[in-house]
Design a protein around this ligand. Structure first.
Ligand code: MG
Length: 257
């Protein structure tokens, strides 16, 4: 079991292992080492501006995967997983600022469990699906509702720079079947669901998605958001917590034109 972070150095991003709140060196690549042998201790993780813990080739997201969220959007629960993509350029790490361009209307948080693929997955069965997972982290699928509605598809609404906070780290040893997925804004609880409420669970999603497109190491699956979405405003601090992983925290700023 390991908690894997990406931290900045003058030579570029490095991976490390978090042990009792301290980042340790890790002389390994993300996908080739399951011994997780730590090197020397470096610094407390809480004082470090973290990178997103992975650089995916693609971010596959699931719409309306909690019945209570579909209901609050006055939308039906789909009979198959509803896939859309977010661009990797939208990623930011924990602590970085969500930047909302002024005048784009209501922008909401969506707390989600994120799955990080560990090896190439093509037409994988649900029984074998979890063998293809490197680990799990927290994600915020930030969404501009007016564009979602106006455009009829979600590329713009969910694709703005900074609209995919991810982190703080990867937990390689989580059972994703029934963990709490929460969101707090300025300390106030807004979303409080459990992955047991997913319409399509993690193995079903990997089976379905890998039947459509090959999943490669580092690719991300955002599994959908529970009910309780709400609008973000300038100066807010939004926290996504997945039980067993940790807290992804990002301040919000509205960019004036
Ligand atoms: Mg979402």
């Amino acid at each position: 079991m390991a908690l894997i972070v990406s931290y900045p150095t003058p030579a570029g991003p490095r991976y490390g292992l978090v042990i009792e709140g301290v980042i340790h060196e890790w002389q390994a690549s993300l996908f080739d080492d399951d011994t997780f042998t730590p090197g020397r201790p470096l610094m407390p993780v809480e004082n470090t501006q973290l990178n997103p813990p992975v650089q995916p080739g693609k971010i596959v997201c699931i719409g309306r995967n909690y019945a209570a969220h579909a209901a609050e959007q006055n939308a039906a629960v789909p009979d198959e997983p509803m896939l859309f993509l977010k661009p990797p350029s939208a990623l930011i790490g924990s602590g970085a600022t969500i930047e909302i361009p002024a005048g784009i209307g209501r922008v909401d948080h969506e707390s989600e469990l994120a799955v990080i693929i560990g090896r190439r997955a093509r037409r994988v069965s649900r029984d074998a699906a979890l063998d293809y997972v490197l680990g799990y982290t927290c994600a915020n699928d930030v969404s501009a509702r007016a564009y979602q509605k106006k455009d009829g598809q979600w590329g713009r609404a969910k694709g703005f720079d900074t609209f995919c906070p991810l982190g703080p780290w990867i937990n390689t040893d989580l059972d994703p079947a029934d963990v709490a997925v929460r969101c707090r804004v300025n300390g106030e609880l807004r979303q409080d669901g459990r992955t047991a409420q997913l319409v399509f669970d993690v193995p079903a999603l990997i089976e379905f998605i890998s039947g459509v497109m090959t999943l490669l190491p580092g690719d991300l699956i955002l599994t959908g958001t529970p009910s309780g979405i709400s609008e973000l405003h300038d100066g807010d601090v939004v926290q996504v917590e997945v039980e067993g992983i940790g807290v992804l925290e990002n301040p919000v700023r509205v960019l004036q034109p």
